[in-house]
Design a protein around this ligand. Structure first.
Ligand code: SF4
Length: 506
């Protein structure tokens, strides 16, 4: 969207993009096609934010929505002015304004006494963040520039302590109304200078020269990351696990771009040092302690993985916004004779899944001393929360916790291969060490966030029966693949450990 002179105008989201990075502002305004498409679960998060935005309208009964679409901004501005002239309207939703070539839509404009208006911004977050202050400040700048008097600014965010009752969501209790009037006023003074600087960026004939680094992830993960990093080497120093922004900048100042070029004198952690060694030699690095770290982990052993959702709008009585609700488990077992068996559970989601999830898991793992291998602390955390939610099963759930063994720290401390590319995620580590494992053929669901988003859609009744069946099959296939990957990873680690102990080259 550009104006008649060919220069793009600012919007609220462009203003925030520009505050993060001038290059992001320029690309988002003139070269949107270079962005990476958002992951499906991020789209689901965006939809959840929209749901929360609409839910907030219930706090302003009698309010009217400006229905014009984003590309009908001029009409939306006219419609907003019409609605403002009607003194009987207590609030306007999505009111449109333009000032200094900045176009905004305001979540809620609340009519106050004596011709004044309250600016109300709605967020699906559970608290006020720094970026929200920029967000409301630019809106107040435009509103006051447009001639409105704004003596009150509030951010309506989600109350993380709200607990859903039996009678549906109590909206006034669900939202917190945070008064930002004074903090916002303090920011207004710098707005003219910032706005001018961002207009200057938009007036530049070519993409501003900004190098990618940690700023690309704060406050948002930039959609141009793949574009901006496309020519950097595979072993770019940014991929050194746990490298702080300061250390990264120190390497950049020395002109060091590749991990393999990091000098011996540069301070690195033990893991980072191993990673440098791997990129220098091009061979995996396996510690002599790997075999020892695997002692007592079987087989025979179980391999366990959970999927969970955390909807912003709580679905089950007794739960809070964003509370993790486990809804699926997958369990592989390798016997002493090497036989591989599998069991699984997937909730229907019509009622709170936690009791049936917990009972079926206790049944499947009943008794026996065999270790239960997981990858990360997630399963342990969820078992603790389940024991609180289902006290009658606390004994059985506690016994499962006592048998959990986490392979992630074993990997982190003892092995690194070039194909990890700085990541210790199961999706990177398992295919690197056990090439028969792949997640590439899982078309519909191949990531935990997408699995959670699929279940939220099923629970919310947003899918027809055919689509629900398809999603359930995809969920089962995905979770089963995770525990299969864990089985194969364990086998590969055992083989590497045995080779290393025997002195053979890996
Ligand atoms: S990836 Fe980083 S440098 Fe590139 S546009 Fe985004 S924020 Fe700017």
């Amino acid at each position: 969207m550009t104006d008649r002179d060919g220069q793009a105008h600012l919007t609220k989201s462009r203003y925030l993009a520009g505050r993060q990075c001038p290059k992001r502002l320029w690309l988002t305004s003139y070269a949107r096609e270079l962005a990476t498409a958002p992951e499906e679960f991020l789209e689901a998060l965006f939809e959840a934010g929209t749901d929360v935005g609409f839910a907030a309208h219930r706090l302003f009964p009698g309010g009217v929505l400006v229905e014009e679409r984003p590309w009908e901004h001029a009409q939306a501005v006219v419609r907003t002015r019409e609605l403002m002239r009607n003194p009987d309207l207590p609030a306007i939703f999505e009111g449109a304004f333009e000032w200094e070539r900045i176009r905004i839509r305001v979540d809620v404009l609340e009519r106050l006494p004596d011709g004044a208006w309250g600016l109300r911004e709605v967020k699906a977050a559970t608290g006020v963040k720094e970026v929200h202050l920029d967000d409301v400040a630019v809106q107040q700048f435009v509103l006051e520039g447009s001639g409105l008097r704004i003596p009150s600014v509030e951010l309506l965010h989600v109350n993380r302590d709200y607990v859903l009752g039996e009678d549906g969501i109590d909206w006034p209790a669900f939202f917190v109304r945070a008064d930002l009037t004074s903090v916002c006023a303090a920011r207004l003074a710098e707005l003219p200078r910032l706005v001018e600087a961002l207009h200057n960026v938009l007036g530049e004939p070519a993409t501003p020269d900004v190098l990618p680094d940690h700023h690309c992830f704060s406050p948002y993960t930039c959609e141009f990351w793949e574009h901006c990093t496309r020519e950097l080497p595979e072993d770019w120093v940014f991929h050194l696990p746990g490298l702080s922004p300061d250390r990264f900048q120190a390497l950049r100042c020395q002109g060091i771009e590749r991990i393999s070029e990091v000098p011996e004198t540069f301070p690195l952690s033990a893991t980072q040092g191993r990673v440098r060694e791997v990129h220098r030699t091009g061979r995996p690095c396996i510690s002599s302690g790997l075999a020892f770290a695997l002692v007592g982990l079987g087989p025979p052993a179980y391999y366990l993985d959970f999927e969970a959702m955390n909807p912003v709008l709580p679905v089950y009585p007794g739960t809070r916004p964003y509370q993790m609700i486990p809804f699926q488990w997958s369990l592989h077992h390798v016997g002493a004779d090497g036989e591989l068996t599998h069991a699984e559970f997937l909730a229907n989601g019509r009622t709170d899944p936690r009791p049936s999830f917990a009972a079926s898991l206790v049944d499947a793992l009943n008794g026996g001393p065999e270790p239960i291998l997981v990858y990360s602390a997630f399963e342990r955390t969820q078992l603790r929360a389940l024991a609180d939610a289902c006290p009658e099963l606390a004994g059985g759930l506690g016994a499962i916790q006592a048998r959990l063994r986490d392979l992630l720290p074993v990997v982190r401390r003892n092995i690194y291969a070039p194909a990890f590319r700085g990541s210790f995620s199961l999706k990177d580590v398992a295919p690197a060490l056990a090439p028969q494992v792949t997640f590439d053929d899982l078309e519909e669901i191949a990531e935990g966030g997408v699995a959670a988003a699929a279940m939220v859609r099923i629970v919310g009744g947003a899918v027809d029966p055919g689509e629900e069946e398809r999603l359930r099959k995809a969920l089962l296939a995905y979770c089963k693949r995770d525990t299969f990957a864990l089985v194969e990873l364990h086998r590969a680690l055992s083989a590497h450990g045995a080779q290393r102990r025997g002195g053979a080259a890996p």
